[in-house]
Design a protein around this ligand. Structure first.
Ligand code: FES
Length: 252
């Protein structure tokens, strides 16, 4: 009986992972596994310029609260390391702020803007929260993964692109949307651009523009919409607003 239940459960699980979207999942960012390029024995330290920047960052906090500098230091380390944080970099940050490494891992795993595995120069983050999902974010992700020939969080062979998921980025009014985390400037810092009102066709066009080194204008990709206004133009508040009624205060 138990064996039959277990066999049925196994079949169910296999069916779930046979669905195209599930098959696209990768566990790359869920936990750490030592690899030749990412293990605690790989030496890592800040460059001289960044050592100076790290000192300045720490000086913003009381000397007994050095650990408060963890997020800006991780961010600096990620910029130095081309958009991701190897475990040695996290250990170095822990050493500098004098905390146990687990304290730094906790922060790096909580904030999804910290990448703990290599990402592409352009990391494409598809919003997976309800408004974007209802408006087609699964199809957007499917289009990106199919076009680039990767699973989620895998990097294309040329190192240019990877696709991840982010939760609501506060742009639901123009759902569905993606963010392009642009790490192509190396240690010069990176940028995050929102592309809103995207379609499966439009995200593929955006990828090809980025591949050519173009910088597609961020914001809504729907020509019928101005910023966050209603699609097709305003339908209310079309005239000059009336001034508020005035009271003669002296007559009161
Ligand atoms: S749900 Fe996608 S931006 Fe809010």
């Amino acid at each position: 009986m138990l064996a039959r239940l277990a066999a049925n459960r196994l079949t169910e699980i296999r069916q779930i992972f046979r669905q195209p979207t599930r098959r696209a999942f990768s566990t790359a960012l869920n936990y750490h596994l030592d690899s030749p390029v990412n293990n605690p024995n790989v030496p890592w330290e800040f460059t001289d310029v960044n050592k100076q920047k790290a000192k300045e960052i720490i000086s913003n906090y009381p000397s007994n609260y050095k650990q408060s500098a963890v997020i800006p230091l991780l961010d600096l380390a990620q910029q130095q390391h081309g958009g991701w944080l190897p475990v040695s970099a996290m250990n170095e940050v822990a050493r500098i702020i004098e905390v146990a490494p687990i304290r730094v891992y906790e922060v790096a795993t909580f904030y999804s803007m910290f990448n703990r595995a290599k990402v592409g120069k352009y990391h494409l983050l598809v919003c997976g929260t309800t408004p974007c999902m209802i408006r087609g974010s699964r199809e957007i992700e499917e289009a990106l993964l199919n076009h680039l020939g990767v699973k989620r969080n895998e990097v294309t062979k040329d190192g240019l692109f990877s696709v991840g998921e982010m939760e609501c980025m506060g742009c639901c009014v123009n759902a569905p949307m993606i963010t392009v985390a642009d790490y192509s400037n190396g240690s010069e810092g990176y940028t995050y651009n929102y592309y809103e009102d995207v379609t499966p066709k439009r995200v593929v066009e955006l990828v090809e523009m980025l591949r050519k080194g173009e910088k597609p204008p961020p914001g809504t990709q729907n020509p019928q919409r101005i910023k966050c206004g209603p699609e097709g133009g305003n339908t209310t508040l079309l005239g000059e607003p009336k001034p508020p009624p005035c009271r003669d205060l002296d007559a009161c």
